[in-house]
Design a protein. Structure first.
Length: 84
């Protein structure tokens, strides 16, 4: 499974999005607000899941973190940049 699809599946699993499939989540679409419609509670849960799944550190309440969580594509770039 490629990283984009792995992230999409993680979003679906950790947020219990029962009616959403990997194909329903656009790689470049916003995850919050008008995009997938996630909220701040979802962001916390997703952040914890990503931290656990990929063993990376995520800074809370930073503008950079907000940018990383914009879309699946931006999350994938961030995760790849943290893998050393």
């Amino acid at each position: 499974m490629n990283l984009h699809n792995q992230i999409k599946q993680l979003i679906i699993d950790c947020l219990d999005l029962e009616d959403v499939t990997v194909d329903d989540i656009e790689t470049d679409a916003a995850l919050f607000g008008d995009g997938l419609g996630l909220d701040s509670i979802d962001a916390l849960e997703l952040g914890l899941a990503i931290k656990k799944e990929f063993d990376i550190k995520i800074e809370a309440n930073s503008d950079a973190t907000t940018a990383h969580f914009f879309s699946v594509a931006s999350l994938a770039s961030f995760i790849e940049s943290q893998r050393v």
